[in-house]
Design a protein around this ligand. Structure first.
Ligand code: SIN
Ligand code: FE
Length: 294
């Protein structure tokens, strides 16, 4: 079957069973580095409508983050009642995406680790980022400096809950194999000694593996290269309110151009649970490096 960078998957509700062929196609497309687009709205209750405001963000933050493991919320300014509403909405989003994942990606069952749930009410367009590294309007693959993943995949579920009819606009860049082939030869070598020191001094939450090192440098290398940013082929995508999109954001080159009011759930998936592990960033980079990276 031919696949587009953005592949529509006809799932319209969070609960109903998904046909086997559709699930197999969704998993194939996801692991091939497509963005899965689903006509799948996430409904807010009447009480939760008050959350559709960016005044609940604390200070200059762009996200409110929820930890499904201990039910805690960070980044929101507001009273206890608002916080209870946020917990309810984000907890339900977490549960909904998990239920959907287990139907669409059955082989991941028992292997998906919960990451954070986030709510992003602030407008992206016109924001001044803290630095070019934080500028998500530049194409990049996701990798985080303080939180090594040791080869695990970053699987993310997005939903546009914008009440004003505004889309969330993304650009999708070239396939991961092309990004890696282009940037890998210029990346600095991994230093195990430096990685140990960063873990000891708690700059990183655990030891940064060679894989984490190369992913982080890919992220930075892409964002720092303005010629690359302007010249590389991009596919624009506008995700309308009521759409869900699912992405391996460590693999799909992406940038966000505009939009406000979005929900996001992160999961960590071990490479061993993948249907097509050879397509993963870990295996692609290991091939280029000629050695194991975790
Ligand atoms: C990103 O991961 O680059 C941000 C995506 C978004 O906020 O839409
Ligand atoms: Fe990103």
């Amino acid at each position: 079957m031919t696949m587009n960078p953005i592949e529509t998957i006809a799932v319209h509700d969070w609960q109903s069973p998904v046909a086997r062929e559709l699930a197999a196609h969704a998993l194939d497309a996801l692991e091939a580095g497509c963005v899965l687009r689903l006509p799948l709205p996430f409904a807010l209750s009447a009480d939760e409508q008050v959350l559709l405001s960016d005044t609940l963000l604390s200070g200059a933050r762009k996200n409110i983050s929820y930890n499904p493991v201990n039910n805690s919320v960070k980044g929101a300014d507001g009273d206890a009642q608002l916080e209870t509403l946020l917990r309810g909405m984000l907890g339900r989003y977490h549960a909904s995406t998990r239920a959907l994942a287990l139907k669409l990606f059955a082989p991941y069952s028992g292997h998906m680790l919960d990451g954070r749930t986030s709510y992003r009410p602030a407008e992206i367009a016109g924001r001044v980022p803290k630095s070019w590294r934080h500028d998500d309007t530049r194409l990049h693959v996701d990798a985080f400096p303080a939180t090594p993943v040791h080869g695990r995949r970053l699987l993310r579920f997005f939903n546009n809950v914008n009440p004003h009819g505004e889309p969330r606009r993304w650009n999708v860049g070239e396939p991961f194999a092309d990004v890696a082939a282009r940037f890998f030869p210029r990346l600095p070598d991994h230093s195990p000694l430096k990685a140990r020191l960063m873990a000891l001094t708690r700059i990183t939450k655990s030891k940064r593996t060679a894989y984490d090192h190369y992913m982080l440098n890919l992220h930075d290398g892409m964002k720092a290269d303005l010629d690359y940013q302007s010249q590389v082929a991009k596919t624009p995508a506008a995700f309308a309110p009521g759409e869900t999109w699912i992405v391996y954001s460590d693999q799909v080159s992406h940038a966000v151009m505009s939009g406000r009011f979005m929900l996001e759930q992160t999961y960590y998936v071990p490479v061993a649970a993948l249907q097509y592990p050879e397509r993963s960033p870990l295996r692609v980079l290991e091939k280029l490096a000629g050695r194991a990276l975790v």
